[in-house]
Design a protein around this ligand. Sequence first.
Ligand SMILES: Cc1cc2nc3c(=O)[nH]c(=O)nc-3n(C[C@H](O)[C@H](O)[C@H](O)COP(=O)(O)O)c2cc1C
Length: 275
Amino acid sequence: MLCPWVLPVGACKGLARLIPQPAKPSSIRQTLGMDDTLAPTDDPSEVEARLAMPIAQAMLTQRQVRRVKPDPVDDRIVLRCLELALEAPSGSNLQNWQFVVVKDRAVKARLAEQYRRAWTLYGLIGRLGRTDEQATKIEKSVRWQIDHFEKIPVLVVCCLRGGYRLPFLPQPPVAASSHYGSIYPAAQNLLLAARAVGLGGALITMPLLSHTVARRILKLPLSIEPCCIVALGWPTGRYGRKARKPVGTVVHLDRYGHQPWRTFELMTGGAQGEG
Ligand SMILES: Cc1cc2nc3c(=O)[nH]c(=O)nc-3n(C[C@H](O)[C@H](O)[C@H](O)COP(=O)(O)O)c2cc1C
């Protein structure tokens, strides 16, 4: 069945008169407050109230927030967000995740060292051929994050227990996909919960460039694999705008390359991709 939000323009206009219209993304952002920053809190009832944020608002405004204040984040908030993260799916419902909450400055400093190294190496490769304004902005904010890494109040290292490679058996790519795909839904839930509460969250992987070093820093046994880090803190500024591709350019119908929705206008106004 066609998703009502991606009907042809003409049909959209006809339908628009018949059914109540959802707010356009831009107006959703205005009315729901895309750029709102919430004051830090440690009041449990305030945290619960904030977690009731409409899901579309959380999704629209959740983004990579690298610049955060050094002010502490109450452990109860971190645990509540992690509790919600655990509502995520995992392969075979194994729930084989483990989370290391890092607050110790010395541990953060060692991870920062790894981040700096990885950024010098891979950040350069990522930047090759990209001179656009967005790349420059990302570069500046990554630099800030690296330089202030020790002051970020909380780093949640998201790990998986067990591996997907069986000895002597060739593994299909889907094995790797199912394995790593078992941590990212939880990480995204964590980011969304953090956003709702008013925290800034950043998903990062570069400090884990060397698993051997990361294991040593975090005292992880071989059976536990560090996958990504969610850095959390109260944002220094606003959530800001994010750039995303229009849905019709990345969606295919029945077979790859068949993109009948490329020229279709979203009923919501198609305001995605604003930068
Ligand atoms: C698997 C993965 C790894 C990432 N690793 C890093 C990282 O190491 N450092 C970083 O600053 N951002 C990292 N990011 C964040 C992306 O740069 C970010 O999601 C993207 O720029 C979009 O940002 P926006 O939501 O603010 O538009 C990573 C994102 C993903 C999904």
